[in-house]
Design a protein around this ligand. Structure first.
Ligand SMILES: [Zn+2]
Length: 271
């Protein structure tokens, strides 16, 4: 990637639908959006046309919420694998840069046991995509709730096993699940340094991350907030991203969608 792109999570609130979403983003000097397949991977032909006519805007995909690669039942595991695959297939069809999803819940299982299982199930995903000539980036996301698999270390560890997999770093989730830590310049630098040292420059030059204001309890993430109403230190995050010369996509998931995304981009451009 040639630069850091600032994306809204879903279509901006002042757009009617995908037919004018990219025009609205352009008016606001934003770089693209994350297509939210949170309730299932489906889109109309009209949406498809609109997304394909996005000129040079960048898109990423968020996979369905109903994914648990550690489900107890075989059919639920298969359905979860299929949801990741379908998100990747949509990415190939629409030309998305990268896909992300919340991979699993612990359901009482130990992190070590789960790692083997996550590797095995992600191998099915990447082998299938290889057969389909689909090389979109596959990115399990760092998750916000302590019941969810997906600490920074777990996602990095998994990614080491696959050429096609890199982390989606959700900074707000890490901040929330670590009880308010990871909110200073040094801590953001630690995350990015760890990412680069573990996975190489490719991870810094092909980045996909999420950010938002966030409300949290001792169980981790509660809900997203706008920056103004949260303690999230987005300014130091952007300073750290600038220092590490991060290139790729940063998706803003604040509830005011385009407002916080513009705040991020405008601040970043002053650095
Ligand atoms: Zn997410």
């Amino acid at each position: 990637m040639e630069k850091l792109h600032f994306l809204t999570a879903g279509i901006p609130s002042n757009a009617k639908d995908y037919s004018n979403a990219f025009d609205k983003l352009k008016e606001m000097n934003l770089d693209g959006l994350e297509v939210e397949f949170v309730h299932g991977v489906r889109y109309s032909e009209k949406t498809r046309e609109a997304i394909l006519n996005r000129n040079n805007a960048l898109i990423t995909h968020h996979g369905p919420y109903y994914i648990n690669l550690n489900a107890k039942e075989e059919d639920k595991i298969e359905a979860s694998i299929k949801r990741v695959l379908d998100t990747a297939r949509a990415a190939k069809d629409l030309g998305a840069y990268s896909i992300t999803y919340h991979a699993a819940f612990y359901l009482g299982d130990d992190s070590k046991i789960l790692m083997d299982r996550m590797i095995e199930r992600h191998k099915i995903i990447t082998d299938t995509l290889k057969e389909e000539n689909n090389n979109v980036w596959i990115r399990p996301e760092t998750t916000g709730k302590k019941s969810q698999w997906g600490t920074l270390d777990e996602i990095i560890e998994l990614s080491k096993n696959f050429e096609q997999i890199l982390p989606c770093i959700d900074f707000a989730h890490i901040h929330a699940r670590e009880n308010g830590k990871f909110n200073t310049y040094d801590e953001f630098c630690y995350i990015l340094e760890h990412l680069g040292n573990s996975l190489g420059d490719i991870a810094l030059n092909n980045f996909h991350g999420h950010v938002a204001g966030i409300k949290y309890t001792d169980k981790g993430e509660k809900n997203h907030l706008i920056f103004e109403e949260s303690d999230f230190n987005y300014k130091d995050l952007l300073k750290a991203m600038k220092k590490f010369n991060i290139k790729g996509a940063l998706v803003c998931e604040s509830p005011n969608i385009e407002i916080d995304t513009m705040i991020l981009k405008e601040y970043y451009e002053t650095l």
